[in-house]
Design a protein around this ligand. Structure first.
Ligand code: NAD
Length: 546
């Protein structure tokens, strides 16, 4: 029961998506809260509301229409939105996140109805604190922030990138139960170098080239400092920044505040989990694997670094572990003789002849796994896949680039060119494939297995830092939840239907590490697992009047 003198009434209550129950307001509530006549007469349960709404979503002709419909539902009734998403997560996730969210960002101006989240722009230099002060909720615990420069594999989408923090935070709530009011999506609009977008009449961001250099750095410093002041218990997740800024920001802040970069660290964790599972199928111990990456950016180097630390943990020397990770970037194999290498690639520049093509590299290095994080579709060609199949009974093929249109190969191509022997995973979902009478279920190396649980654990412990040890533990926890039945179908991740259990288990491990390492600011609960479970949001309506 709520103190009614503090509650909005009538139309104002119906127009508040966080409090609105729509037709689920009871007779007593309708009377007490001035709602009589403002709603259709029949009082419905939440289940009945869902029965009414779900066919509405499904009947929209395309995923982007379904996305727009769901955004509309969120704008009206946050609780019902999360009930629907949580009850039908596998169906809703590709609509609310990759691949549809990519299209939503590209068409942001067209589908925009009502603003959500905060925009900080380069014009706000010197007054970022004022902007943050305008956010109506004080107890924000998770911020996802982008500057829109590298949206999925789609490039610079400027202020349209807002779809990504919104989508990610939806997954934090749906997959791990972060409270929606504690989540804040932020876009830092410093302009865009996408001239086509900038000139489009529907574009709603600043129509200027990207701010770069010292002025950009100063804005970001001001932003991070203002966030710490306004929301002292927040975890700040950087998302879809351009390669250079992503590495720089992570290095600058990771040892000072509670922050991480999901493109680098979350991707690394989910991929490491996939490799652990794949090793159970292929029989090659993880520490003995040789990996070849296509793409040496945030995702590739992030994965490499976590793989190396996991191999070191298993007794491999640092040099040897690095020697197991090979990278091909847009200029060819990353080797010592190259003079054009960014600092994050240098630890992986091996003493080896320059090699231009991926096929040549596969034939020479005989990797157990090829991992595509290049954003370049079609690069895992039939000859590349066939070469993998010649070298290994169960070659591991991870085509992680998003959205689907950017995947290095499709699931069907991977199975067809390896005579059905590939252990395949992708970034965006692919449907099961039947090859020569056998059905294979592609794994989805979706970061959503990892970041929601990590975020929940960080919040429960109020951790002051987010460490690589936490991401390594998350990978082990995820891999341990892959069953023999999953592996028999070729699936190296658990079913998405188990994601809340996965998140709970990861959160417990992450919080445990925070307590063990002295990083927790919240008092330790008697039963950590129970405390994690209790912290998870449930989309249940408040009772205003009994
Ligand atoms: P990035 O811009 O930091 O790196 C891209 C890398 O690809 C660079 O090293 C670049 O040199 C290389 N590259 C470009 N063209 C190439 C070519 N023709 N051949 C070989 N290499 C080439 O981007 P990122 O953050 O690393 O993301 C890359 C891709 O990975 C994106 O499509 C993204 O959606 C995807 N990704 C997937 C997941 C996931 O599935 N869980 C997570 C993160 C990123």
């Amino acid at each position: 029961m709520t103190d009614l003198s503090t509650v909005k009434r009538g139309a104002a209550l119906l127009n508040d998506p966080e409090l609105n129950k729509g037709t689920a307001f009871t007779e007593a509530e309708r009377t007490a809260l001035g709602l009589r006549g403002l709603l259709p007469p029949r009082v419905m349960t939440q289940e009945e509301q869902l029965e009414r709404i779900l066919p509405g979503v499904r009947s929209r002709p395309t995923p982007i229409d379904q996305y727009a419909y769901l955004v509309g539902l969120h704008d009206r009734n946050v609780t019902l939105f999360y009930r629907l998403v949580m009850d039908h997560l596998e169906e809703m996730m590709p609509i609310l996140y990759t691949p549809t969210v990519g299209q939503a960002c590209q068409e942001f101006g067209r589908i925009f109805r009502r603003s959500r989240g905060l925009y900080v722009t380069s014009d706000d230099r010197g007054r970022v604190r004022e902007v943050l002060a305008n956010w109506p909720h004080d107890d924000v615990r998770m911020i996802v922030v982008t500057d829109g420069e590298r949206i999925l594999g789609l490039g610079d989408l400027g202020a349209n990138g807002m779809g990504i923090p919104i989508g990610k935070l939806t997954l934090y709530t749906a997959c791990a139960g972060l409270h929606p009011m504690q989540c804040l999506p932020i876009t830092i609009d410093v302009g865009t170098d996408n001239t086509h977008l900038r000139e489009s009449p529907a574009y709603m961001g600043l129509r200027q080239p990207r701010l770069r250099g010292a002025a950009y750095d100063a804005l970001l410093d001001e932003f991070v400092e203002a966030v710490q002041e306004r929301f002292p218990h927040v975890c700040l997740q950087f998302e879809d920044f351009g390669n250079h800024n992503a590495f720089t920001l992570l290095e600058k802040w990771r040892n000072r505040i509670s922050t991480f970069n999901d493109d680098i660290q979350g991707t690394a964790s989910v991929t490491l989990a996939g490799l652990y599972s794949a090793s159970r199928i292929s029989g090659t111990a993880f520490k003995d694997m040789r990996l070849l990456f296509l793409g040496a950016g945030e995702a590739g180097i992030g994965i490499g670094d976590l793989v190396v630390s996991a191999m070191v943990e298993e007794g491999v020397s640092l040099d040897e572990a690095r020697q197991r990770c090979w990278f091909v970037d847009s200029k060819g194999l990353v080797v010592k003789t190259r003079t054009d290498l960014a600092s994050h690639k240098k630890p992986y520049a091996h003493d080896y002849p320059a090699t231009e093509s991926l096929l040549e590299a596969v034939e020479a290095l005989k990797p157990h796994a090829i991992i595509g994080v290049s954003g370049m579709p079609g690069t895992f060609t039939a000859p590349v896949l066939a070469a993998m199949a010649r070298q290994h009974a169960r070659p591991i093929v991870m085509a992680l680039s998003n959205p689907t249109s950017k995947a290095e190969c499709t699931a069907r191509e991977a199975y067809a060119s390896t005579d059905g022997r590939a252990i395949f995973a992708s970034g965006s979902p692919f449907a099961p494939v039947t090859h020569k009478g056998r059905t294979h279920v592609p794994g989805q190396g979706n970061n959503a297995y990892i970041f929601p649980g990590v975020g929940l654990g960080v919040i429960v412990a109020d951790a002051s830092r987010v460490t690589d040890e936490m991401f390594a533990a998350a990978a082990r926890t995820l891999a341990n939840m892959v069953s023999e039945d999953d592996l028999a179908m070729g699936r190296i991740f658990p079913s998405l239907s188990r994601i809340r259990d996965v998140s709970k288990a990861i959160a417990t491990e992450v919080a445990e590490i925070a307590y063990r390492r002295g990083l927790a600011r919240a008092p330790r609960p008697g039963n950590l697992e129970a405390a994690v479970a209790a912290a998870m949001y449930q989309p249940e309506y408040p009772t205003f009047v009994n």
